[in-house]
Design a protein around this ligand. Structure first.
Ligand code: TXA
Ligand code: MG
Length: 318
């Protein structure tokens, strides 16, 4: 429709940000861009608004949300920031790293946002539009990826609108997400643990705070580690050297072109592959294929996060 067209042409300037801030204050939802993926945002202190986020996503209410803040100063007001958090925030914020810490302000991030836990996941995103939104709003904003629960995360405003747009009062279009994979989630509750591999690699984190322990099997501490997640509609087959007759193919590195071949990175670059991953899963889903075959992806660096998402897209436990 024409308002969608307007939105594409209009630079999302101060007026759009003011409109989004107003919507959040009124308890309504906002689709917002981050450098990782698009989020479906609500005022973290407003239980009704947070409930609307769970409902729009079809997300089980035992899976807590990330509180997004403008900077470390805002994070210190809601969470117990220890020296490891200080070091990681100084190195990676604003940016694609989420820290799980003991919660301090249980009103600013309401119980429902934390799924009743006494901990809170916090991140300061780098996208300029969302940074401006968070600074102007003042308080923490929950923003899970704007997909319906279990589906691939949206990396464009159009994909976000298709997933959960009906529930949002405002959609801020900040272009295609530069990274395309969700933030890395690190728990700092006892030993530092990697709960979700992501855009900041394990090695980059270990360079700052030393070795990471494995995420515990205890699902109450890692509620987001669901087996089938990030999934397209079609079945996904991993480590495929080539597609079968009716399959779409997500290639990596030099590979013959074809009608349903989507090359994540012809040059074999993991950053490029990460940025293309969710959009290509969606495109392959729409291609009329019988299934989606995916080339092997090297496991180093960003490859850990890409393989984590692919495993879950294929329905295997992590
Ligand atoms: O890149 C991102 O992090 C995106 C953008 C929009 O910021 N957001 C995102 O949110 O991926 P979501 O809700 O899709 O994923 C949040 C993850 C889930 O795996 C959830 O279980 C975990 O963080 N999480 C949130 N709070 C937690 C807590 N208190 N303890 C352990 N895990 C938590
Ligand atoms: Mg998500």
């Amino acid at each position: 429709d024409s308002s969608q067209g307007e939105r594409q042409r209009q630079p999302d300037g101060e007026a759009r940000i003011a409109e989004a801030v107003r919507a959040l204050r009124e308890g309504r939802l906002v689709i917002l861009p981050t450098e990782t993926v698009y989020g479906l945002a609500a005022d973290a202190s407003n239980p009704q608004a947070v409930a609307a986020v769970y409902e729009a996503k079809g997300r089980p209410s035992f899976n807590p949300l990330i509180a997004h803040v403008a900077d470390a100063a805002a994070a210190r007001r809601i969470a117990n920031f220890d020296p490891r958090a200080e070091a990681l925030a100084a190195r990676f914020w604003p940016g694609p790293l989420t820290l799980v810490m003991p919660v301090l302000d249980t009103a600013a991030v309401c119980d429902l946002a934390r799924a009743g836990l006494d901990t809170v996941a916090v991140r300061a995103p780098a996208h300029p539009l969302t940074h401006a939104l968070l600074s102007n709003f003042g308080g923490p904003v929950v923003a899970p990826s704007a997909n319906r629960s279990g589906r691939p995360s949206p990396t464009t405003c159009a994909d976000a609108a298709e997933e959960t747009g009906d529930s949002a009062a405002v959609a801020l279009d900040g272009g295609a997400c530069a990274i395309g994979l969700e933030s890395t989630v690190v728990s700092l509750l006892d030993e530092a643990r990697l709960l979700r591999p992501g855009a900041v690699t394990r090695a980059e984190i270990e360079a700052v705070i030393g070795p990471l322990a494995e995420a515990e099997a205890d699902a109450r501490r890692s509620p987001g580690r669901l087996a089938r997640h990030y999934a397209p509609n079609l079945p996904v087959r991993l480590d495929a050297a080539a597609p079968e007759a009716d399959e779409a193919y997500l290639a990596f590195g030099p590979s013959p072109a074809g009608a349903r071949v989507f090359n994540l990175s012809p040059a074999g670059d993991l950053k490029e592959a990460a940025a293309n991953l969710f959009g290509f899963l969606r495109a392959a889903d729409r291609s009329g294929a019988s299934g989606i075959a995916v080339a092997p992806i090297p496991h180093e660096g960003l490859g850990e996060a890409i393989n984590d998402r692919l495993k879950r897209a294929a329905g295997f436990v992590g």
